[in-house]
Design a protein around this ligand. Structure first.
Ligand code: AMP
Ligand code: MG
Length: 323
């Protein structure tokens, strides 16, 4: 049970994945690697299991969870897929793309998963371990990031243990950092088929949108929990992804008491990408924030990151971490 027992660190091989599936089946909590960040999984059809996610993370219960599915067929059991949603689920998934779509009446999801909303956030993750786990389970998995609420998201098993050791049953260790390193792009697809960006991420919505839908869609500032203020979802957090120290963004230099996260030619105490690659910077961002949190300096400075492509998502997370 979370809260008192030892958290087991288990190698994510076939035997480990089978054990994780049994643990989840009996209502346990397992941290699982995905291509974005480590997720904290529980069976999404059990109110008790889902309640344990909120308790272990200290997550406010008005903040709904993303449901991970094997693919289109499982998505159709849980939700309506309006407009291009069905085609995208079929062609683009598995991918770091979450779609918020209308919940199917009578779906077997525990109401707490959607925080009681009539919509559900669905994603099919592009990671062999999470896909193997979903194949071994005959239920969908609710999985927010595997960290205490408000802290920096985990991209390694060690990051998970840093805030959840003793609070969850198991961590499946992939042995390497998550490849994308940033949470999924979230798009709401409304009953009329229109789109709204709720959170920028690794998947570029503009190109996806041009391909699958022709009407314009709103994009804009997102709230502190990493998603845009929503008509259908209450609640906003003041700070998120936070390393627990004051942070100064767009820093072209660092003061003596600052740990400097560099980018490109601005070398820093660590560097998101010496060659200036935004993809590399995204993959390394949370590891850099974890390192900055552990560093002796009481404050953090971060070099400027261009606001293009996945740089939008990086800057979104940095603004939240600094809030
Ligand atoms: P995360 O914090 O990475 O688990 O992402 C979950 C985010 O997805 C939440 O903060 C919401 O903004 C969004 N989300 C999840 N489920 C829903 C839903 N049913 N309706 C609207 N937004 C949702
Ligand atoms: Mg999170």
């Amino acid at each position: 049970m979370s809260g008192k027992n030892v958290t087991e660190l288990v190698l994510a091989d076939a035997a480990g994945i089978a054990r994780a599936a049994r643990c989840l089946e009996s209502g346990g909590l397992v941290a699982v690697p995905t291509e974005t960040v480590y997720g904290l999984a529980a069976r999404a059809d059990s109110a008790e299991a889902v309640a344990r996610i909120y308790a272990a993370k200290g997550r406010p219960d008005f903040n709904p969870l993303i449901v991970h599915v094997a693919g289109l067929a499982q998505a159709r059991e849980l939700a309506e897929l309006p407009g291009a949603a069905g085609v995208i689920a079929d062609i683009v998934w598995p991918a770091p793309l979450t779609m918020v779509v209308p919940l199917k009446p009578g779906s077997r999801l525990a109401p707490a998963v959607t925080a009681g909303l009539p919509s559900v956030a669905l994603r099919s993750p592009d990671h062999p371990v999470m896909q193997a786990l979903l194949a071994a389970c005959d239920f969908p998995l609710a999985a927010p990031s595997a960290n205490r609420s408000g802290f920096v998201s985990p991209t390694t098993a060690a990051h998970v243990l840093a805030t959840l050791d003793g609070r969850i049953d198991m961590v499946l260790d992939d042995g390497r950092p998550c490849s994308e390193g940033l949470e999924s792009t979230i798009v709401a697809i409304r009953p009329d088929g229109s789109w709204e960006e709720l959170r920028p991420g690794p998947i570029d919505l503009d190109s996806l949108h041009q391909h699958y839908w022709d009407a314009p869609y709103p994009r804009g500032p997102v709230d502190a929990e990493g998603a845009k203020p929503r008509i259908e979802a209450p609640g906003q957090m003041t700070s998120h992804y936070a390393p627990g120290k004051p942070m100064r963004l767009n820093a072209e230099w660092a003061e003596a008491d600052e740990f400097w996260i560099g980018f490109g030619g601005l070398e820093g105490d660590c560097n998101l990408s010496a060659k200036g690659s935004l993809w590399e910077a995204a993959a390394r961002l949370y590891a850099a924030l974890h390192e900055a949190a552990r560093a002796p300096q009481p404050r953090i400075a971060v070099a400027p990151v261009p606001e293009v492509g996945v740089g939008r998502a990086i800057n979104d997370r940095l603004r939240r971490a600094a809030a």
